[in-house]
Design a protein around this ligand. Structure first.
Ligand code: ZN
Ligand code: ZN
Length: 446
């Protein structure tokens, strides 16, 4: 008996759906390897632009999985390519670096690593941002994609980016010929784990995903002297203290209510001894905004207030204000986000896909977006679901990324990361470059 075409159709659709969503069994088959990479990376974190062992471990595993791997792209970056016939090129990116934070989670696999930072200081090192989980998830997804080449076609490009924490690694990769040496991606994907969602869920933010970030170093000049004779000196610490408080009036008094602006003074360095008034004081600032106009307004206000406070105190020189780092917000292509929301709902269930507003964090994945790679950057739940529910009831906050207590609920988060990445990659790779262009082009500009 020959079945009619219409009768076969539901089975064909079912077969496609199964192929796109990785099964629990598929994820389970790569989980032990991904988890052991996680434990290894977590116990051996490396600072930005020093990710040599991290990159080497990831590169070796991807080579074993069948990828063609190029190392040392933009310093310690890696690019791993798997070609599988004609079609689109889709990029999946992970960060490689850890942070100068002393781990206090008390976990049996907590990091005890210390290293020298770029100024030669001994610092503790911890994967306090969860980049170890991103790498483990990418490895799991990479292995499933390599084993199931019948479920997709085209070119899969995996990127291990160095120095995300200093928002400089993506730029270094571009400067090292990333766009010329490797196929240009028709679309890009990345994720970030955090405690704003419980493990098992993912968050989607169409449009602006996160904030513009600007790092400033301000040096306030005074006139040193004896602590017992302040009248002979101009105290830069007092000027710094006034400046710090005045800067807080920018978000509260100058920026329009409802617009996002954060001005944080993360450090103040001044003085050597209690009875010496130093010559100068240095402040380190991070500034976060969503809107480009607000960003300009806040940076101008910081310069105005800093100079005016110094002048009010009779400082001998105008303060120096150095803008030493910066990155634009990551822009999620809205059409791509809409499509992949449906893909993830199919893969994980509607209740596990949450729409979120923009985040105040920042990230240099924006550099890839600005090179014309329409992208989907999404959030991966990392919180232990029970602790998450408890914190919600008591109105407390779980430790955020960069905290010495940041400890994602690894097993469900990692399984979800792998599942989500494979579902998204298969969907994108099964679209032709023309289809992707048609989908993403109208909304490509911010
Ligand atoms: Zn971070
Ligand atoms: Zn991060």
């Amino acid at each position: 008996m020959t079945p009619c075409k219409l009768c076969v159709l539901p089975f064909l659709l079912l077969a496609f759906a199964v192929a796109q969503t990785p099964s629990t069994k598929e994820v389970a088959s790569v989980y032990p390897e991904a988890h052991s990479l996680y434990l290894d990376l977590h116990q051996n974190p490396e600072l930005s632009m020093h990710e040599t062992q991290t990159a080497a471990k990831l590169a070796a595993q991807l080579r074993i999985a069948g990828y063609e791997v190029t190392e040392h792209v933009g310093g310690t970056g890696i690019v791993a390519i798997l070609r599988n016939g004609s079609g689109s090129t889709i990029m999946l990116r992970t960060e490689l670096d850890a942070l100068p934070v002393e781990e206090k989670t008390g976990l049996p696999y907590a990091s005890k690593v210390h290293a020298k930072d770029d100024s030669g200081h001994d610092v503790p090192v911890m994967h306090a941002c969860g980049h170890d989980l991103h790498m483990a998830s990418l490895l799991g997804a990479a292995e499933i994609m390599a084993r199931t080449k019948n479920s997709w076609h085209g070119t899969l490009m995996l990127v291990g980016q160095p120095a995300e924490e200093t928002i400089s690694g993506a730029k270094k990769m571009i400067e090292d010929g990333f766009l010329q040496r490797f196929p240009k991606a028709d679309a890009g994907v990345a994720l970030h784990v955090g405690n704003l969602l419980p493990a098992g869920k993912v968050g989607i933010t169409p449009g602006i995903y996160d904030a513009n970030a600007d790092s400033l170093r301000i040096t306030i000049y005074g006139k040193g002297g004896h602590g017992s004779a302040p009248h002979t000196a101009i105290d830069p610490i007092v000027i710094a203290a006034r400046t710090i408080l005045s800067l807080q009036t920018i978000p509260s008094r100058e920026v329009k209510p409802g617009e996002m602006a954060v001005v944080t003074v993360g450090y103040i360095h001044a003085g050597t001894k209690n009875n010496i008034i130093p010559d100068e004081a240095e402040l380190g600032l991070t500034v976060r905004t969503y809107d480009a106009g607000v960003q300009k307004q806040v940076l101008a206000a910081i310069a105005r207030i800093t100079k005016a406070e110094a002048q009010a105190a009779g400082a001998p020189r105008e303060p120096s204000i150095e803008h030493y780092e910066g990155t634009d917000s990551v822009f999620n292509n809205p059409a791509l986000a809409e499509r992949l929301k449906a893909t993830l709902e199919k893969a994980m269930g509607r209740d596990n896909v949450v729409i979120q507003g923009p985040h105040t964090a920042s990230e240099d994945y924006s550099v890839f977006v600005e090179q014309g790679i329409p992208s989907f950057y999404f959030s991966l739940g990392g919180a232990d679901p029970e602790k998450f529910a408890e914190a919600k009831t008591t109105g407390t906050m779980l430790p955020s990324n960069h905290s010495s207590l940041f400890a994602p609920d690894v097993e469900p988060a990692l399984r979800t990361g792998i599942t989500a990445e494979v579902a998204v990659l298969r969907d994108l790779l099964n679209m032709s470059p023309e289809e992707l262009r048609r989908l993403t082009s109208p909304a490509q500009s911010k």
